[in-house]
Ligand binder design. Structure first.
Ligand code: TLP
Length: 350
C-alpha cells in the first residue's frame, strides 16, 4: 500500500497469493450450488467454527441481515446494543428491510449487554407485545474499543436465550481478532450461539465477502433471504478463492496486528495533546481523543497526517473520538512512520 491507512481494516488489499488464487479458481454457478471453490470455502468455514453449514455473503451487513431475518419474521423483536453495528451502522436494515422491531439496550464500555437487562427485555407472551426471537452480540465490539466478549459471558447470554427459546446471533465481523485476543479458539466463542457471521474482507484481507455459519436448516433459510437481498451470486468462486487464502494464511497472523496496535498506542500515548487509555487496547483497533491543548480538531489533524500519507477517519460519526485500526499492510516500519507523522502534525501547536 502506498499510504498508511488506519481508517479501517476493510481497506486491506488482497495479497499476491489471493490475486493468484482468484485468477486460477475453479468456478461454477453458485445459484445452482455448483461453484466448487465457493462450496469449499463454505465447508471450511463451517468446519473451522464447528457449525453444520456456512453461507458466503457479499458483506458483513448482508450476513447479519440474512441471519437476523432467518431467525425473525416481521413484527418479531431482536434485542441488541444501542451501539452494536447491526443497530447503529447497517442503515436501519433490520426494520427497514425486515420489519424486525429492535429492543435496544445500553452496551457497557466493554461491549457487554447486562445480563439482567437482557432478561428484563425478553417479552412475555401477550398480544400487545412483539415476540422476542433473537439476541445479538458483537465481538469484538467495534464501538467499544474493539473489546472481545469473554467466552463465559457469551455462554451466560446463550443460557438466557435457551431458557426463553430465543436465538443468539454473534456479529463476529472480526471474530478471529476476538479469538486471538482471548486465546480461545473461534469455534469455542461461537459454540454457544445459533449463528455467527465473520468478515473475510477486514483483517483477513480478502477483497470481498463474509460468511454466516449455523445449522443446515438455518443456513437454507438464510440463503433464501440472501437471494431476496440480491446476494445470490454466480461464479462466486472468484472472491471465495481469496477467502480460502484468508482462512489458511491470515488467521494465524492476526495477533501481529494486535501487537502493532499496542506499539502504536504506546507511542501515541507519549505524544502531548493525545489522550488514550492503553488498558483498552486489546485487539487491532483503539480510539484516542485530541485534547483542547492540541489547538486543532480531528479533521485538521487528519488533513495534516494525510500530507504524510497517513489516513485516519475523523468523521462526526465518531463523536470527536479518532479510531485507529491496524491490519496486514501496517508493518513495524509503518508504525514508526505513523508515529513520526503524528509528532509532526501535533508539533505545530505545542
Ligand atoms: N464496520 C466498518 C464500517 O461500517 C465502519 C468498519 O470500518 O469498522 N459488524 C461490525 C462489527 C463491523 O465493524 C462492520 C463494518 C460490519 C458488521 C459490516 O460489515 P460490511 O462493511 O462488510 O457490511
Amino acid at each position: 500500500m502506498d499510504q498508511y491507512d488506519l481508517r479501517s481494516d476493510t481497506v486491506t488489499w488482497p495479497t499476491p497469493e489471493m490475486r493468484e488464487a482468484m485468477a486460477t479458481a475453479e468456478l461454477g454457478d453458485d445459484v445452482f450450488y455448483e461453484d466448487p471453490t465457493l462450496n469449499a470455502l463454505q465447508d471450511e468455514a463451517a468446519a473451522l467454527l464447528g457449525k453444520e453449514a456456512g453461507l458466503f455473503v457479499t458483506s458483513g451487513t448482508q450476513g447479519n441481515l440474512s441471519a437476523a431475518l432467518a431467525h425473525c419474521g416481521r413484527g418479531d423483536e431482536a434485542i441488541l446494543g444501542k451501539t452494536a453495528h447491526m443497530f447503529r451502522a447497517e442503515a436501519g436494515s433490520l426494520s427497514g428491510m425486515g420489519g424486525v422491531h429492535s429492543s435496544q439496550l445500553s452496551d457497557q464500555p466493554d461491549g457487554q449487554l447486562p445480563l439482567d437487562a437482557i432478561r428484563a427485555a425478553i417479552r412475555v407472551d401477550d398480544e400487545h407485545y412483539p415476540r422476542t426471537r433473537l439476541i445479538c452480540l458483537e465481538t469484538p465490539h467495534a464501538d467499544c474499543d474493539g473489546t472481545p466478549l469473554p467466552l463465559e459471558y457469551v455462554q451466560q447470554v446463550a443460557a438466557i436465550a435457551k431458557e426463553h427459546g430465543v436465538a443468539l446471533h454473534i456479529d463476529g465481523a472480526r471474530l478471529f481478532n476476538a479469538a486471538a485476543a482471548l486465546g480461545v479458539p473461534a469455534a469455542e466463542l461461537v459454540a454457544p450461539a445459533d449463528s455467527a457471521s465473520f468478515c473475510l474482507s477486514k483483517g483477513l484481507c480478502a477483497p470481498i465477502g463474509s460468511v454466516v455459519v449455523g445449522d443446515a436448516a438455518f443456513i437454507e433459510r438464510a440463503r433464501r433471504i440472501r437471494k431476496m437481498l440480491g446476494g445470490g451470486l454466480r461464479q462466486a468462486g472468484v472472491p471465495a478463492a481469496a477467502g480460502r487464502v484468508s482462512l489458511q494464511r491470515m488467521i494465524g497472523r492476526i495477533g501481529e496486528d494486535h501487537r502493532r496496535a499496542r506499539m502504536l498506542a504506546e507511542g501515541l500515548a507519549q505524544i502531548p495533546h493525545i489522550r488514550l487509555n492503553l488498558e483498552r487496547v486489546q485487539t487491532n483497533m483503539f480510539y484516542l481523543h485530541l485534547l483542547p491543548s492540541a489547538g486543532i480538531n480531528p479533521l485538521q489533524l487528519s488533513q495534516r497526517l494525510a500530507e504524510d500519507d497517513v489516513l485516519i477517519m475523523a468523521s462526526r460519526d465518531h463523536r470527536e473520538r479518532i479510531r485507529l485500526v491496524t491490519h496486514y499492510w501496517i508493518t513495524d516500519e509503518a508504525v514508526e512512520h505513523i508515529l513520526a507523522a503524528f509528532r509532526r502534525a501535533l508539533n505545530h501547536h505545542s
